[in-house]
Design a protein. Structure first.
Length: 118
């Protein structure tokens, strides 16, 4: 599988779910379980059309963020075999899934624009 596909299919959904967690803010009940971003959106947004638009936007955010990682993976991981690159992508996704990223942390790192521009 090409590296971009690996990043989009593994890291992209984790980035999307992280953005969703930031957007949902205090509504942790919808995000506490191991639900996917789509399942969580179903709980947060009752309107089906709005759900689908939110899913499209989150998928787009995840894909663009994964694409931005491609340069780093190609530059820093060019010595790695594709299976090892895939393992690193899985670790990045797992790290994002278990991270405690919040708006305060992003503000400290001057990354709040990510939430606003999404």
């Amino acid at each position: 599988m090409p590296l971009l596909e690996i990043l989009v299919s593994t890291v992209g959904p984790s980035i999307a779910k992280t953005v969703l967690k930031l957007w949902a803010g205090d509504n942790k009940l919808a995000l506490e379980s191991g639900d996917s971003a789509i399942e969580a959106l179903t709980k947060l947004i009752p309107d089906v059309r709005a759900q689908k638009e939110a899913v499209r936007q989150l998928e787009s955010i995840g894909e663009r963020a994964a694409e931005s990682l491609l340069f780093t993976f190609e530059a820093e991981g060019k010595q790695l075999m594709i299976e090892d690159q895939e393992a690193v992508a899985n670790l990045v996704a797992d790290t994002l899934d278990h991270s405690k990223i919040d708006a305060d942390l992003l503000a400290q790192r001057d990354l709040v624009w990510i939430i606003r521009e999404g």
